[in-house]
Design a protein around this ligand. Structure first.
Ligand code: CP
Length: 318
């Protein structure tokens, strides 16, 4: 049988040397690496065939404690389109054996571990015991792979990031945290509006404030959507009830209602684009009118999960 890969060009020499051992949270990627990743993503998106053998013979373990459409499929497609392959396992990762044993099994079979988990501690423990790179595919605290696609989408749309203002309206959750740790390092002003009691984690907010100060950007945390939206170039929201908080759904629907991203709210930021990590609950955190409008970039974001994660894998897998 013909090997279709033999007809493809060899991996380009621009592939950076893999040096990143963990992407457990956003700051595992330095500012220079973040910029490099965005540049590599653009090259991958422009010329995917040039990288079709770049990770030939590499295998990825995907361990998911929670459901996923985008993250699972884009990681599987990313490694396959780079010439490698992935194996998948769902369920609680430490249910049958200690995490340190899971990590020391997977490192014998595969070249990297991508894990979606309930607790950040699970990611930290896998990274501690694994000799192959570990990537956080969402935890209770961070969603760093999502933030990479988000900033790439903004750069693609606006041409540059420095000077943009991003307004996040909704729950001060993992998605908000990762944006807070990523956007300021790329020169993006960020305002986060949440209901009282649902503000971002104060320790993460303090780290983000330090990053914003160092990069000369502004970081605002408020309970007033109008304050966050003033002058915004992009408005971002996420579901009001993240996975694991289902027992709070009714209370959250009531508390978050004034934070719904609807036409009235979008009029406070004329010209702003709309972002959402998906899945979205239409009629809750966003109206159908907004998410289906020409201002919505949600499917560009979803597509860019694939391209940014290809770049991440190239930078992490030996
Ligand atoms: N945005 C995101 O992580 O989507 P999935 O939950 O479908 O992976």
């Amino acid at each position: 049988m013909m090997n279709i890969n033999s007809a493809l060009p060899a991996a380009p020499s621009v592939r950076p040397k893999a040096s990143l051992r963990r992407f457990a949270w956003d700051l595992d990627l330095s500012q220079d690496e973040l910029v490099q990743l965005l540049e590599l993503t653009a090259a991958l998106k422009r010329s995917p065939a040039s990288y079709a053998r770049a990770l030939e013979g590499r295998y990825l373990s995907l361990l998911f404690e929670k459901p996923s459409l985008r993250t699972r499929l884009t990681f599987e497609l990313a490694i396959k389109q780079l010439g490698g392959d992935a194996v998948f396992s769902n369920g609680l990762i430490a249910e049958r054996e200690p995490l340190k044993d899971v990590a020391r099994n997977l490192e014998r079979w595969t070249h990297g571990i991508v894990a979606r988990v309930f607790s950040q501690q699970t990611i930290e423990e896998l990274a501690r015991w694994s000799s192959v790179p570990v990537i956080n595919a969402l935890s209770d605290l961070y969603h760093p792979c999502q933030a990479l696609a988000d900033v790439f989408t903004l750069k693609e749309h606006f041409g540059q990031l420095r000077g943009l203002k991003l307004a996040f309206v909704g729950d001060g959750n993992n998605v908000a945290h990762s944006l807070m740790l990523t956007a300021p390092r790329l020169g993006v002003d960020l305002a986060v509006a949440t209901p009282p009691g649902y503000a971002p984690n104060p320790e993460i907010a303090a780290v983000a404030a330090g990053l914003a100060a160092a990069s000369g950007t502004s970081l605002t945390v408020t309970s007033e959507p109008a304050e966050a939206l003033r002058g915004a170039d992009a408005v971002y929201t996420d579901v009001w009830t993240s996975m694991g908080f289902e027992d709070q759904a009714e209370e959250r629907r009531r508390v978050f209602q004034p934070y719904q991203v609807n036409q009235r709210l979008m009029e406070m930021a004329p010209g702003a684009v709309f972002l959402h990590c998906l899945p979205a609950k239409r009629g809750a955190e966003v109206t159908d009118e907004v998410i289906e409008s020409p201002r919505s970039l949600v499917f560009e974001q979803a597509e860019n999960r694939l391209h940014t994660q290809k770049a991440l894998l190239l930078m992490m897998l030996d």
